[in-house]
Design a protein around this ligand. Sequence first.
Ligand code: AP5
Length: 226
Amino acid sequence: MAELNLVLLGPPGSGKGTQGERLQEDLELPYWATGDILRAAVREGTELGRAAKEYMDSGDLVPDEVIVGMIGERVASEEAADGFILDGFPRTIPQADALAAKLTELGRELTAVLLIDVDDAEVERRLGGRRTCAEQGHVFHLEFNPPQVDGVCDVDGSELIVRDDDKPDVIRHRLAQYHAKTAPLIEYYDGQGMLRRIDGAAPPGAVAEAIRRTLATLRLEADEAI
Ligand code: AP5
């Protein structure tokens, strides 16, 4: 397979970030999580951060026009020549259309969309116990993936914090936004034969293994098509 252009799709807290970190190491491809990019912009007080903060804190989606250019530039960059992993983008049909248009302009296409699926009750359990590294967004869970030292990131030693949008009422609003605006992408990509479903309810290692198997199958299918 010449290049691997992947999208991680799924509800908030389904494990996209957890798996994205592992995939980035396995595949040595650039990994762009729109939530992480936006949170860094908020911390740095940039124009993008100022535009995004209010939406993010209340659990609403940031307007499409703020996001689309930001990802388009990255996908077109030299860094993405062998492929990329997108997490949290696209999140609406217009964003998916914009990504498809950008890739067509570049003479490329998506390889697959990996849907990491869990139900709403599991989302609430996971986000309630999530702790996030203040510097680079590495993710832990008090029960399912605890750090070695309480309150400290295993990877870079930063403080672990509770995200502003991990409060119970904001979690419920994010879930409602997901079902209304993002879940329609499941049918959108399924209709294009691009969707691969991964059971996100399994433990993190088992989810990672299921993703590896899916990618191996994709490689086989691509080889057979040559
Ligand atoms: P974003 O940061 O993308 O939030 P999200 O999609 O809601 O996803 P999360 O980061 O909450 O969860 P995740 O799936 O990565 O799960 P994680 O691995 O952390 O977006 C935040 C905001 O930015 C949005 O609300 C919006 O305002 C804005 N935004 C971003 N992109 C946008 C876009 N394209 N358009 C418009 N607005 C946009 O795991 C969760 C927890 O569970 C962790 O504690 C983890 O340790 C644990 N865990 C993970 N896997 C497992 C497992 N298998 N078993 C048990 N526990 C597990």
